[in-house]
Write a protein that binds this ligand. Structure first.
Ligand code: GDP
Ligand code: MN
Length: 378
């Protein structure tokens, strides 16, 4: 679950990471109230889960109540890269001497946590990685050892942070690491981490992704869940008990098992995908097809089933039944393998569905090629 900046900052504050005083506002009047409370000058910041808000006009400084009104009115309702701003965060403005970057993630390949730290913050880290990769310090942390302040300080020295920022930055890194581990984050990122003229170091932005698998031990996450923006397709899937991930692209994918769904995505690239889980009966299949069908970008549907618990004949019956119930906007290409695949293919063949509505391919790669080629024609 991705948090909005203001929620990320609230989460940071629990771990004692310094953030500016401020508050969320859904209306201009609320924004003024928060500004008066925080003290001028303030920054009015659009709360959308997309980067580059500043450049898009979603972050404005305000010196007076009148300016808060003006900026909040302009930013609320603004469309930033397809995200409509419903809430702003108003906080006391900071004076900035320097902007840094700091983040913790899990490096699955190394089986360790990864700290990335750079003196070049305030810009997308991907850009720094491209133009000046040496400016990023990468430090693997063994979860058993954790991160102590001496090691954190060394990382800051390695990233060429100035002497006067070292203590403050190292202190925040240790706290951010605690937030990342104890707080069960997949990502804890501060960009920019700022150095103020006073020498204080401080989180000016917050990007936090919580690990949904840890939800059971964080009842306090419920408030975050309530504000999550599921897209329409995802809500529809949720109602049907399906695992669905809405993506851009034109091949709709249905597979059994999240792993297979992901590798199918890899093979096809650029698609929306749905995982129908273990029991693929007619209802489940019809549900998955309805969700995929709802997305009018989809011009071909790829069903990739490797039957284990999922039985090929059940899947096939499901598809035939579902095709009778759902008026599909796009043709289906299916790869059916594993348990009872032969029986399944026979059911499909005997169903008398025309070739241009349903076609079967022997391998995942063949099926992906066929689905992509159909999508390209349409
Ligand atoms: P993002 O661009 O969406 O990641 O939004 P950020 O919260 O990172 O802000 C973008 C930029 O706006 C920062 O890098 C700062 O340069 C600027 N900014 C944000 N808050 C303040 C502030 O309190 N004071 C000043 N002077 N600049 C700010
Ligand atoms: Mn930022």
């Amino acid at each position: 679950m991705d948090l909005f900046e203001y929620q990320g900052k609230q989460y940071f504050a629990r771990y004692d990471i310094p953030v500016s005083p401020g508050g969320p506002a859904d209306t201009v009047d609320e924004a003024v109230k928060e500004a008066n409370q925080a003290g001028y000058p303030v920054v009015v910041k659009a709360q959308v889960q997309v980067g580059g808000r500043g450049k898009a006009g979603g972050i404005k400084l305000a010196d007076t109540e009148a300016e808060v009104r003006e900026h909040a009115a302009a930013i609320l309702g603004m469309d930033i890269k397809g995200h409509v701003v419903k809430r702003v965060w108003v906080e006391a403005a900071s004076d900035i001497d320097e902007e840094y970057y700091a983040s913790f993630t899990l490096d699955r390949a190394a089986k360790k946590h990864l700290l990335m730290l750079s003196a070049e913050g305030g810009v997308e880290i991907e850009t720094v990685a491209e133009t000046n990769p040496d400016a990023i310090v990468k430090l693997h942390i063994d979860p058993v050892d954790g991160l102590d302040s001496a090691t954190a300080r060394q990382a800051c020295v390695g990233a060429k942070l100035p002497d006067r920022a070292l203590d403050g930055a190292a202190d925040i890194l240790v706290k951010l690491y605690r937030c990342f581990t104890e707080g069960d984050c997949d990502l804890a990122e501060i960009n920019p981490l700022i150095l103020k003229p006073t020498g204080e170091v401080h989180a000016l932005d917050a990007k936090v992704t919580l690990d949904d698998s840890a939800l059971f031990r964080h009842p306090e996450w419920e408030v975050f869940g309530a504000t999550q923006e599921l897209d329409e397709r995802e809500m529809m899937a949720k109602e049907k008990g399906l695992q669905y991930i809405g993506l851009d692209g034109d091949v709709g994918i249905i597979a059994n098992g999240a792993g297979l769904a992901m590798s199918t995505l890899d093979v096809v690239n650029q698609v929306g995908g749905s995982d129908i889980g273990g029991g693929a009966n007619a209802d489940v299949m019809a549900g998955a097809l309805e969700v995929i069908n709802f997305d009018d970008n989809v011009t071909s549907i790829l069903i990739n089933i490797f039957g284990g618990i999922t039985r090929g004949d059940e899947v096939a019956k499901g598809i035939v039944e579902a095709m009778g119930r759902v008026d599909l906007r796009a043709p289906i290409v299916i790869r059916l393998d594993g348990t009872n695949a032969t029986e399944g293919r026979l059911i499909l063949e005997n169903a008398g569905i025309p070739e241009d509505e349903l076609r079967s391919e022997p391998t995942m790669l063949d099926a992906a090629r066929a689905a992509v080629s159909i999508a390209n024609e349409n």
